[in-house]
Ligand binder design. Structure first.
Ligand code: ADP
Length: 448
């Protein structure tokens, strides 16, 4: 006999876990279905942090910010393609989502900045480590404390639809056995499709051959399942390539390194662009270089301020040397050119004015403390901005913009919030903000 729940959550990334916790706390019987053998989805790889404006942590640090500015900068970064209603809701709910995490024992109290933003509003763990692992372990702890059921290595193969509403899901387990789970609410939090080469190339043929930063489970299955019950999609061709990916391992080099003061240098030993521009623009400039790759370069002071840097050193990505000259030799780069580049950049930091490329943020300190470090990077497929359409309640919409009763979606599976280019730090905000909402509304519907 089929098992019944109030709410089935598909996917155990940040959106799914937040949704499950909220739905449980609102009184619903919840199950989380995850096709991979481990919890955390692609969220566990999130590096830089969670954007929010007008938060308690910004106030504590004396950072003046406004939701309005956050809205405008996200819209500009998204090339004005963002869904304005969803984006407004996003900036409005962001500080509340930071507080929701704090209440769950997940404190993002250090603050940095990402490309396309003018103000420090990227919240991260106090020890400045990557946000993904910290967030997932905190959420999993909350899931366990509540005894919320999690089925691993189990895929949702189909969303069931009867008499004009969602009625449950069909799941397939690791032994290929399938069964039905009944539920009035199904929250689809299956993430994006960056790891589905065929789907990426279908929408963007020129991305054939690019590496991806995503985990294997980012296949876009949730989009297809929702389309089958009538969901509409938006912006499917808007696929973000991240500029700084280590190519032999597809490992993402966090934007926090540039936010902490690193620069990008070409094989010719020169800076070539404003490193703090949005991801699409920085990626395009790297691809335009003759070698289609670049070096992310920093000094000891930047390393000390970013825990991730030590991780990259441990992984063997980093070439280091006590002086710029010795570094240039190791990189097969002209010594004088590199020294001139560093001197010139350091002068821009002193005067807080980048005369060459107009970098306005993260001119943190001169790069003059050895050792010096460099990582070879090039762009990789990183985030799919497109996805299914929802309203501000996270209810999935059909082509007539009508709600599909019982179908909810949150996180990267949703399209429209980020427009044509997602800002670093906005994905974690998205999954938590809309994950909480999905959990609340899905529980309310199921509990009637
Ligand atoms: P978000 O950032 O939106 O929360 P993530 O990529 O972090 O998304 O997490 C999505 C999760 O959903 C991944 O762990 C992925 O393996 C899982 N997933 C994707 N499709 C299915 C499916 N059909 N059934 C169960 N789990 C799925």
């Amino acid at each position: 006999a089929p098992v019944s729940y109030d709410v089935v959550v598909v996917g155990s990334g940040g959106a799914g876990l937040a949704a499950a916790i909220q739905a449980h706390d609102d009184g619903a019987r919840v199950v989380i279905i995850e096709k991979m053998p481990t919890i955390g989805g692609n969220t566990i790889k999130a590096s830089v942090g969670m954007n929010a404006a007008e938060t308690r942590y910004q106030r504590l640090k004396g950072i003046e910010d406004s939701k309005e500015l956050f809205y405008e900068e996200t819209l500009k970064g998204g090339k004005f393609k963002n869904n304005p209603v969803l984006l407004r809701e996003f900036v409005e709910q962001a500080p509340g989502a930071i507080d929701w995490l704090t209440d769950k024992g997940i404190e993002l109290c250090d603050i940095t900045i990402t490309g396309g933003m003018s103000i420090d509003r990227t919240h991260r763990p106090e020890d400045r480590s990557a946000v993904g692992g910290f967030l997932i372990s905190g959420l999993v702890k909350n899931v366990n404390q509540r005894n919320i059921e999690v089925l691993l290595e189990t895929s949702v193969a189909e969303i069931l639809f009867e008499n004009g509403a969602v009625s449950g899901v069909k799941v397939v387990d690791e032994y290929n056995d399938s069964r039905i789970l009944n539920a009035k609410s199904v929250i689809v939090a299956t993430g994006g499709f960056s790891a589905n080469r065929e789907m990426v190339v279908k929408y963007r043929p020129e991305l054939d051959g690019f590496v991806t930063t995503n985990h294997k489970g980012a296949t876009g299955s949730g989009i297809a399942m929702l389309q089958k019950i009538g969901a509409d999609t938006v912006d499917m061709g808007e696929i973000q390539i991240h500029p700084t990916v280590e190519q032999t391992t597809s490992y993402l080099i966090s934007e926090a390194i540039r936010g902490g003061g690193a620069i990008l240098v070409s094989q010719a030993g020169k800076r070539f662009f404003n490193e703090m521009e949005t991801r699409d623009k920085v990626s395009a400039e790297i691809i335009a270089l003759p070698e289609k790759s670049a070096w992310i370069m920093f000094d000891e002071q930047v390393r000390l301020n970013n825990k991730a840097a030590d991780e990259y050193i441990a992984k063997g990505f980093v070439i280091s040397a006590p002086t710029p000259h010795e570094l240039a030799v190791k990189l097969n780069m002209d010594q004088e050119t590199l020294q001139t580049t560093l001197n010139r950049y350091n002068q821009f930091v002193e005067q807080q004015n980048d005369e060459d490329f107009g970098r306005k943020t993260a001119l943190r300190h001169p790069l003059n403390h050895g050792p010096y470090y460099a990582i070879r990077i090039a762009p990789g497929v990183h985030h799919t901005m497109g996805g299914v359409t929802i309203n501000t309640d996270t209810a999935v919409l059909d082509a007539q913009k009508q709600v599909i009763p019982g179908a909810w979606a949150a996180g990267e599976v949703v399209g429209g919030i980020h427009g044509a280019n997602r800002i670093g730090g906005n994905a974690v905000a998205d999954i938590i903000i809309f994950g909480i909402k999905a959990g609340r509304n899905a529980a309310a519907l199921a509990l009637g």
